[in-house]
Write a protein that binds this ligand. Structure first.
Ligand code: BT5
Length: 263
């Protein structure tokens, strides 16, 4: 990876900045497999094969967004720390956006989206996160957290991304300094990682930034759709849905959407 556009250090992170890549997650994974230490950020102006979850795509006009992947080497136990690192990345992104524009009503949407929620219940997706575990000799060895944040995508370019996509520019009505956002984000990640290492669990703060608790939702999984009330998330990040019969069902993964009907 010696031919990155340039490499710089930001808030303690080693940032490799590329003009164009397939997927930043793939570059970070390759670095992880090659033994790279925690603290790498792969940043790109453009992705030709940006990925979402479940083979979905991630589309971003070149030079307008933050497209990046962070490499972590979670402490033991791996699953516990990896889930918290994913949470604290989402939390850090919310905090970074609030730091540059406190008026933007950004919230986390389970499991790994950032949305702007409007008072009428409408919402738009402004960022997505893709966490992937890297294996070495069949054991989890590192974590790649990929983040796509729509920063300065002009409103007329949004429909090409997704029907409900938005950008910070479209919401705030003014462009944002991507370098300042990156700096604020990495600083928050460093802060939360240090706290996690000191035994402070980010789950409570993550939960507090989560949209739609108490709302009627549908959870979509590959096996079907389940309606209920979004009761809570547990400390592992799984969603707890209260079903019409009063019981609770736990979803470790899935997609959630608001139900518009009265019952
Ligand atoms: C995600 O997946 O939201 C995770 C997206 C992660 C993207 C970053 S970019 C840097 C790093 N490198 C990668 O290759 N990926 C990560 P999911 O929840 O599955 O949502 C995917 C869906 O979001 C798509 O099917 C579209 O409907 C929608 N979508 C695609 N591009 C979008 C955009 N720019 N803004 C909002 N929605 C988008």
């Amino acid at each position: 990876m010696s031919d990155a556009l340039h490499t710089f250090t930001q808030a303690g992170w080693r940032v490799r900045h590329w003009e164009r890549v397939g997927s930043t997650n793939d570059l970070a994974r390759a670095a992880g497999l090659a033994g790279e230490a925690e603290g790498l950020v792969v940043l790109a102006e453009e992705q030709t094969a940006g990925r979402g979850r479940l083979d979905r795509g991630w589309v971003a006009p070149p030079g307008t967004c933050l497209l990046m992947s962070l490499l972590f080497r979670p402490a033991e136990t791996f699953a516990h720390h990896a889930s918290r690192i994913t949470m604290l990345c989402g939390l850090s992104l919310v905090e970074a956006i609030r730091a540059v524009d406190a008026a933007l009503p950004v919230q986390l949407k389970w499991p790994n989206d950032l949305i702007v929620a409007r008072p009428d219940g409408a919402w738009r997706k402004v960022a997505g996160m893709l966490s992937e575990v890297g294996l070495e000799e069949n054991a989890p060895a590192f974590l790649v957290v990929g983040i796509g944040l729509n920063v300065n995508v002009p409103p007329d370019a949004l429909p090409a991304l997704a029907p409900n996509a938005t950008s910070l520019l479209a919401e705030a009505g003014h462009p944002f300094d991507r370098a300042a956002l990156l700096h604020a984000f990495l600083e928050r990640v460093t802060h939360h990682v240090a706290r996690l290492r000191a035994g402070v669990d980010p789950a409570a703060a993550w939960r507090a930034s989560l949209a739609w608790r108490g709302a009627r939702v549908e959870v979509h999984t590959p096996t079907g759709i389940t309606a209920g009330v979004l009761a809570d998330v547990d400390d592992t990040g799984a969603l707890l849905l209260r079903l019409p019969d009063g019981t609770r069902r736990r979803f470790p993964a899935g997609d959630v959407s608001l139900r518009r009907s009265a019952h």
